[in-house]
Design a protein around this ligand. Structure first.
Ligand SMILES: CC(C)(COP(=O)(O)OP(=O)(O)OC[C@H]1O[C@@H](n2cnc3c(N)ncnc32)[C@H](O)[C@@H]1OP(=O)(O)O)[C@@H](O)C(=O)NCCC(=O)NCCS
Length: 143
């Protein structure tokens, strides 16, 4: 299993994982637009030449803003998301990034636990952020 930066060839695989993991997935067109954005990055996890997970993020004012992280369901609970976040932390330190932030649905216990395990703290709540009903937790990890 290896973690690497995405290339144009990975867009379809990442879009497929999006579709499998989220009710409102990023479309192929959205991802195609981001691949030309110099402030957007995407790490993918590949095994046997298949992309099975990704983490994408923007760099804004010297901080990383995680957009999404997802692992194909057959590969969950094997430490893959943790591995992606560790790689992100390594990159953040290398690039003098001062913090990493994200929003997570307050009903998404798996993701909230993952981020807490990696040292993120809940710093605020956006009420009814998702679909006008579900709250978003704003989490931050200062480096
Ligand atoms: C959230 C997600 C990325 C976790 O990926 P994963 O590779 O299974 O996570 P890991 O195996 O690295 O787990 C790391 C820690 O996260 C927490 N965790 C992961 N899945 C969990 C679950 N189903 N229930 C509770 N805690 C969970 C645990 O603390 C776990 O540590 P442990 O295994 O030592 O208990 C994955 O469930 C997923 O893709 N979900 C759908 C997409 C999504 O909701 N993304 C988050 C958007 S903000």
């Amino acid at each position: 299993m290896k973690i690497r930066n995405w290339t144009n060839d990975d867009i379809v695989s990442v879009a497929e994982i999006e579709k499998n993991c989220f009710s409102k997935p990023w479309t192929l067109a959205m991802l195609e637009e981001e691949i030309n954005n110099p402030y957007f990055f995407c790490l993918v996890v590949e095994t046997d030449n298949i992309v099975i997970a990704y983490l994408n993020y923007h760099i804004i004012n010297g901080q990383y803003h995680i957009a999404n992280i997802a692992v194909e369901s057959n590969y969950r609970r094997k430490g893959i998301a943790k591995g992606l976040l560790k790689e992100l932390l390594r990159s953040a330190k290398e690039n003098n990034i001062s913090g990493i932030t994200l929003e997570v649905n307050s009903n998404n216990a798996a993701a909230e636990n993952l981020y807490k395990k990696m040292g993120f703290k809940t710093m605020g709540i956006r009420k009814k952020y998702y679909g006008g009903t579900e709250d978003a937790l704003i989490m931050w990890l200062y480096l």
